[in-house]
Design a binder for this molecule. Structure first.
Ligand SMILES: Cc1cc2nc3c(=O)[nH]c(=O)nc-3n(C[C@H](O)[C@H](O)[C@H](O)COP(=O)(O)O)c2cc1C
Length: 210
């Protein structure tokens, strides 16, 4: 094997600042799910590469799909590969309009744009949700953060990226900057920021079992 092949490949996938050395025990599923929050501000000095996005998309090979139809298709955009074409075409943080997100200088710069080969039906929407969560959990496992974005104009994004299919949703990926905490919901479910912390209210188990 070529000199340092594994080390170089590791850096390609996980980025230059990723921890090397003895393998760390990977976090349990619930820990990953709690860590997997929606980030809307990113460290632009960290550049997500194509291998990282491919590692995320690869998990689709292990996911459930209605009738096993596997109709989702993915366009990968990195900083080196046209992600700037998406800037200005999507909106973040509808519940925090005063912050004008994405904040200049903290925009996500890597994206996975998800399309489908068929017209949306119930199975497709479920496939899409499974795919988004699966890919974001993989990102979390790799030490990255992200957010699902549906607040964009599909026709504009399709034209800007010259996509052969209609985009359904976008996942932004990067090194998130916010400190995010889950809190028990008390009435209002809007996420909010206080003293530098982004709070996400979640309903209790009793609330959601009917
Ligand atoms: C279907 C869907 C669409 C979303 N679209 C957007 C969006 O366009 N912009 C945004 O900032 N966040 C978007 N989000 C992120 C949600 O706002 C986020 O999941 C919610 O506030 C809860 O935060 P959490 O993901 O950290 O639990 C979307 C999430 C989902 C599941």
């Amino acid at each position: 094997m070529a000199d340092n092949y594994l080390e170089r490949r590791y850096e390609e996938v996980f980025g230059p600042s990723a921890r090397k050395g003895p393998a760390k025990r990977s976090a349990g599923l619930e820990t990953l799910m709690k860590r997997n929050r929606s980030y809307r501000e990113y460290d632009t000095s960290y550049v997500v590469n194509r291998f990282q996005l491919e590692a995320m998309v690869r998990v689709n090979r292990y996911l459930a799909s209605g009738r096993n139809a596997q109709t989702l298709r993915f366009r990968l955009l990195t900083k080196e590969n046209g992600s700037d074409k998406l800037q200005g075409l999507y909106h973040l943080g509808r519940a925090l309009p005063e912050l004008h997100l994405p904040r200049k200088g903290a925009e996500p710069e890597a994206f996975i744009v998800i399309c489908a080969t068929v017209a949306p039906d119930r199975n497709l929407w479920i496939d899409l949700g499974i795919s988004c969560e699966g890919m974001l959990l993989k990102a979390t496992e790799m030490g990255l953060q992200g957010v699902i974005i549906c607040n964009f104009n599909p026709a504009e994004v399709k034209a800007a990226l010259d996509l052969p299919l209609d985009p359904l949703c976008i996942i932004a990926v990067g090194r998130g900057l916010e400190k995010i905490e889950i809190v028990d919901a008390a009435g209002n479910l809007d996420y909010y920021r206080r003293d530098g912390i982004h709070y996400v209210p979640k309903l209790s188990l009793e609330d959601i079992i009917i």
